[in-house]
Design a protein around this ligand. Sequence first.
Ligand code: SAH
Length: 345
Amino acid sequence: MSKTDLKNLTLPALEHFLQGQGKERFRATQIFKWIYQHDARTFEEMTNISKDLRAELAATAFISALVPEAVEKGSDGTCKYLFNLGDGHAVESVLIPIEGRNTLCISSQVGCAMACGFCLTGTFKLTRNLTTAEIVNQIMAVRQDVREGGEEIRNIVMMGMGEPMHNLDNVIPAIQIMIDGNGLQLSNRRVTVSTCGLVPEMERLGREIPNVNLAVSLNATTDELRNRIMPVNRKYPLKELLRACREFPLPGRRKVTFEYVMLGGINDSLEDAKRLLRLISDIPNKVNLIPFNEHEGCDFKAPTQAAIDTFHSYLIDRHVTVITRDSRGSDISAACGQLKGRLQK
Ligand code: SAH
């Protein structure tokens, strides 16, 4: 029988696992805290649990971890972590320190099946889904590093490699562990799931974890262009995608983040800005403009500064909350759409 990696289990799933072995339920909370709050890697460390139970657990379960294989620091403070998954594959996570608020961008898949025309990760196709353990272990490995500097990770964005909505079976438990008060203790308002627009999965996420933040990579304002640069649009066109955004259960005064990769001469005109505003105006929104980060083998070009300024001002003048992302980490290929899960030699 193969051993169970306890980091694949949410707290209720761990309770179930222990009950299946005839153990008391409250043990699950103790073990969960050891794992997520004390970073325990072995059962030996769990001193409030009897020696016998520790030995029994060690026979049926284990606690995985990821150790960064390489860490690259960019000139702007951005840190890219490369994690070897032990099966020949690797993923990256990017730590973005913004005014003392550390944001960690994590991956959900090795490669990606969505094949967006401008994204480097997409050119590698989907190799496999990350497990729940591999998703939370990215956070725990970087957290250890951050804590050595006396800081904490405040925000998690699922904007790294992969399409999180394409791996919900593992992403949902991972988020449950992130926001569990006995787990990683992150506030659900500090967890953001970003999607290219898989509509049924957006609905499922909204049903199962109604309080996380939603980011949608819109990137185009007509179906014609979106079909061309994001194949997912042929299945779920703009109208359906925007309906799913409108219906997404965001609590209180929270907003959907619309990400918009600006491709020079393709989607960066004033007309595009006007159409964008019309599309999202009946949804509580904020906009993230991401100037395209060029990469080898891709013909799209970055927008001019003038195009960025015009687009940005048009929206700001109409009271839209807009952030134009600087190309953080681009000197270490850690910027949006530049992650490929390999060492850059
Ligand atoms: N699959 C999810 C999560 C990835 S997020 C999603 O699509 O939302 C990565 C973000 O970077 C997306 O908004 C994507 O549109 C953007 N992106 C991809 N390639 C890029 C590039 N070369 N330059 C700038 N942004 C890019």
